[in-house]
Design a protein around this ligand. Sequence first.
Ligand code: NAD
Ligand code: IPM
Ligand code: MN
Length: 350
Amino acid sequence: MKICIAPGDGIGPEIMAEAVRVLKALDLKMEFEEAQVGGCAVDATGDPLPEASQKLVREADAILLGAVGGPKWDANPREQRPERGLLRIRKDLNLFANFRPAILYAELANASSLKPDIVSGLDILIVRELTGDIYFGQPRAIEIRDGERFGFNTMHYSESEIRRIGRVAFEAARKRNKRLCSVDKMNVLETSQLWREVMIELEPEYPDVELSHMLVDNAAMQLVRNPRQFDVIVTGNMFGDILSDEAAMLTGSIGMLPSASLDENSKGMYEPSHGSAPDIAGKGLANPLATILSAAMMLRYTFSLDEHAQRIENAVQKVLAEGYRTGDIYEPGLKRVGTTQMGDAVLAAL
Ligand code: NAD
Ligand code: IPM
Ligand code: MN
């Protein structure tokens, strides 16, 4: 098992250290190689994904990434932005299927910004398309037109791109509660009209799955009105980015939301859904649980080590039940801890 570790920027190295400690404690035959991706790579080489890192991510069976980006690089040209490193890995490795499970641990019912009776038992899987859409569409630029600055991007999807993410989502729904909600903006966008047509064409192949459709603005509203109506949500890259941050908050904190980005086989990149949290970086305050849970997803999806993944997930559940809380999920009366102490607690629970 060759695992490429890319801690990245901001809180990335802090949360990654805890995830690696947890993985090492499992005593599996794993080889770790560290790659510079993001702002740290820009500082060292001028490129957010230098040649050496490209080689490491290509050769690994799985990649565990912390987070990239920060204000330090915000004025950089696009190709030298930390986020480009991440986007290039997704595209180069064809990691088109992004799984973002939003699960409310019962212990965190009060940490959610919604009332406990609305979110209790919440278990949603967002399947986000990750290598297409307006994120990668050409042409894109800021240029001068008619004497003023003019910015544009291109949103596009081919039917084969929609079909392959649709199949992944139908399969995922089949293994869960068999309800799939496809989210689009077909009332306005051609891309979305095609998206909906292709989803409807796939439906007969999965007679056991109930397919529904929702416009993205309504979906954003329904997620906070009655989130438990959803089982699996499938959507494009941009809508999925936004809706998954929203869904994260239902579970108490974005510091709890892991993710898996998969190709057609079992290769994957695993990362928390949150960013580099510049506001708390370097302070030992970040919640490492999303990264630790991403490591569990890696064991399950790339290495088929379900039992080991479950062990990590059970350990996370246990530390929450024992009352350990980083600042983002803290409630008075419970044990407020920092990043390393949270890692210690998970190790003890393992
Ligand atoms: P962010 O997710 O970094 O932070 C949003 C808020 O959530 C902040 O208040 C932060 O402190 C908090 N937060 C995030 N993760 C946390 C954790 N583990 N524990 C406790 N609190 C946590 O989003 P942002 O501020 O919009 O973006 C900051 C930078 O991160 C930007 O440069 C952005 O491009 C980058 N980013 C990277 C990724 C990634 O690497 N996958 C994802 C999102 C954003
Ligand atoms: C995410 C992030 C990334 C995205 C950025 C950092 C490129 O927000 O993984 O959700 O927009 O996909
Ligand atoms: Mn995002």
